[in-house]
Design a protein around this ligand. Structure first.
Ligand code: BGC
Length: 415
């Protein structure tokens, strides 16, 4: 080939790839140490494809702040390419007509055969894919500092609430904070959820929080759940108000506190700090939660875009998220398990292996339930209403369980 011809060929290739490479703006709320590491892996994969990653991070555990910012961007007609949206909110956004149809990608990549059907159904609106799932987080975990338990004479993870309070007393006596917790409405409900499930059981949980049955919302099981929740408050520290969840995890990591109730994104923090599960820290189902599993599937909904290069980058993102490479590396960092079926779990730790096993087992036994606190069970407005009541009860020691229950029924009556 003559030199001039070669130059033209090179120029064409360069121009071609430049035209294909696009920018992908991704809204998420993954800003803690473990979360940032995890999302960093997605950024790397996208950059390796030649796409430009535009980070749109809005801090705030649980994503309440991120959702507020997203609304204003979409209303202004300037949505990001992708946003971390999950659960029934996916349907609400799709009904607004702002989400892209991902079916051509889903068909080419065979998503229907790579995902559990219930998860795939949640990603679709009127039968078309509009979102891509990232992982499965388990929420009803209890984390513990091995060191604090040892120094307090607690030999194993408590499996009942009675045992838990007896152990918490020992930890208090030994001079540690028994329970590390953050302090905002999202964190309060994240703690309340495994209490209610552990105290009331799966049927009660489903009736109250999935079906919003007033008879379950105002019942002896709810009263006992609220009383147990209030008792738990006697074991937290003064500084909890307004604290972020990851700073509470840090208290367990640093051996200042014994336990934390949090989904397994907390494990991402332990791992990012170089801590080893089973040695430095322990994971177990929250008391009374063995045999049940509150699930939380993170996902990205994709918005309709006009620019062809941006659409191509968005498609690259959708393909990347479902790839085995991403599903492994992301979830190893994030504390969750892959949502893609038949993944090799050999690199995962025992907490993740337990989660994977119990995800399958509880799906068969009926113990698999959507996490209300992580927006998987109800429409966002309803979750918000319940969160507010639980948070008011947590913050106001004078509010009786009866008032809280009446407020729950009131807040959810106009479904
Ligand atoms: C998300 C997790 C996230 C956590 C704390 C949850 O709702 O599903 O991915 O790590 O909030 O920000």
């Amino acid at each position: 080939m003559k030199l001039s011809h070669m130059a033209t060929a090179v120029a064409l290739v360069v121009a071609g790839s430049a035209a294909m490479a696009g920018e992908v703006e991704v809204l998420h709320w993954w800003t803690s140490g473990g979360e940032a590491k995890s999302v960093g892996e997605l950024k790397k994969i996208m950059q390796a494809k030649g796409d430009t990653w535009k980070d749109f991070a809005v801090a705030g555990g649980g994503g309440d702040n991120a959702m507020t910012v997203l609304k204003s961007r979409v209303v202004a007609g300037n949505p990001p390419a992708a946003a971390q949206i999950k659960g029934p909110a996916i349907q609400e956004w799709a009904a607004e007509g702002v989400l892209a149809n991902l079916d051509p990608i889903a068909k080419a990549e065979k998503w229907d055969s790579l995902l559990p059907k219930a998860v795939a159904d949640g990603m679709k609106y009127k039968g078309n894919y509009v979102a891509v799932p990232v992982n499965v987080h388990r929420v009803n975990w209890m984390w513990a500092s091995s060191d604090v338990l040892k120094k307090s004479g607690v030999k194993s993870m408590p499996t009942t609430w009675d045992q838990f309070f007896a152990d918490a007393d020992k930890i208090k006596k030994a001079g540690f904070i028994p329970v590390a917790t953050g302090g905002n409405a999202w964190n309060d409900f994240t703690t309340f959820e495994p209490v209610a499930l552990g105290v009331g059981g799966v049927k009660f949980y489903n009736d109250a929080f999935v079906k919003l049955d007033p008879k379950a919302l105002n019942s002896p099981a709810m009263k006992k759940s609220l009383e147990t929740f209030r008792k738990l408050k006697g074991y937290i520290d003064q500084g909890a108000v307004g604290r972020d969840w990851n700073l509470a995890t840090a208290m367990v990591i640093q051996g200042k506190a014994g336990f934390q109730f949090m989904g397994d994104w907390a494990k991402g923090e332990f791992v990012a700090a170089g801590k080893v599960p089973g040695k430095d820290f322990l994971c177990a189902a929250a008391p009374g939660n063995a045999g049940s599993y509150t699930f939380n599937v993170d996902s990205f909904a994709m918005f309709k875009l006009k620019d062809a290069a941006a659409q191509k980058a968005q498609a690259d993102l959708a393909v990347a998220i479902m790839s085995p490479e991403f599903q492994e590396i992301f979830n190893l960092n994030k504390g969750s398990i892959p949502v893609r079926l038949n993944m090799d779990m050999s690199k995962f730790d025992d907490c993740a292996k337990l989660s994977a096993k119990e995800f399958v087992e509880t799906a068969k036994s009926g113990g698999l339930v959507p996490s209300v606190s992580q927006d998987m069970a109800l429409k966002p407005a309803m979750t918000g209403a319940l969160k507010d009541v639980v948070s008011q009860f947590w913050n106001d020691d004078k509010m009786t369980p009866e008032t809280a229950m009446t407020n729950m029924v009131k807040a959810t009556s106009n479904q």
